[in-house]
Design a protein around this ligand. Structure first.
Ligand SMILES: N[C@@H](CCC(=O)N[C@@H](CS)C(=O)NCC(=O)O)C(=O)O
Length: 207
């Protein structure tokens, strides 16, 4: 294995770094940031023509998209630190959570808020869009709040990929002044105590 990662400083770049830290994988990080010009160089475009972070390479194998990267890293090693589904139903159920979190919480809510607030100089300002995303995020959070009523992790038993995706979205939501409901707030606080999370945050944010 000859793992290299590109990208640091965002919720999405935290994900692969966190998976790697949970699995104790060795990797070389190139901590390039978004909108610094570093994703637009010819060298980087050859790695990821989408000009986005994160992106990884393992020997000759190149991969972008934070969820796909996490899924790939999960497959590289077995570890008691990270649940790995093996039967078709468990894989599908984990995917169901991962797609829900990425599709509804990350892309449709938080990232759209980011585009029309933090990045309004590029994408245009819209308080209506930002407010509607906020409402949509809370609506989707209810499903998770109910799920966490009587379980410690999203999948019901071991800590896994869906938890990594969710906690990175919850960190982002807290930064956007969302108030987390009780079960989610307790879950969030507990998962943030993990060594893998703490190490990954230091690496990702250069602390
Ligand atoms: N769907 C992609 C989104 C990647 C993405 O949008 N990354 C942002 C940083 S969080 C980026 O690279 N932005 C650079 C730019 O827009 O110039 C993923 O999940 O990896």
């Amino acid at each position: 294995m000859n793992l290299e990662f590109w990208g640091a400083g965002t919720a999405r770049t935290l994900r692969p770094i966190w998976v790697a830290e949970e699995l104790n994988l060795k990797y070389l990080l190139h901590p390039i940031g978004p909108r610094t010009g570093e994703t637009q160089t010819e060298d980087y475009k050859a790695l990821n023509p989408k000009q986005k972070i994160p992106c990884i390479r393992n020997n000759e194998f190149l991969l972008s998209e934070s969820v796909a990267i996490c899924r790939y890293l999960q497959g590289l090693k077995n570890s008691p630190n990270l649940f790995k589904p093996s039967d078709p139903e468990s894989i599908a159920l984990e995917d169901q959570w991962c797609n829900f979190i990425y599709g509804e919480l990350d892309e449709t809510s938080l990232y759209v808020m980011r585009r029309h607030y933090d990045l309004k100089a590029i994408y245009g300002s819209s308080s209506i869009v930002v407010e509607s995303c906020r409402e949509y995020f809370y609506r989707n959070l209810k499903v998770i709040e109910n799920t966490l009523h009587n379980q410690d992790t999203l999948f019901g038993y071991d800590f896994g990929l869906a938890d990594i995706l969710l906690v990175t979205c919850l960190d982002w939501a807290v930064a956007y002044d969302f108030e987390l409901p009780e079960n989610i707030s307790n879950y969030h606080k507990k998962i943030k105590l993990r060594d893998g999370y703490k190490k990954a945050v230091k690496i990702n944010y250069g602390l």
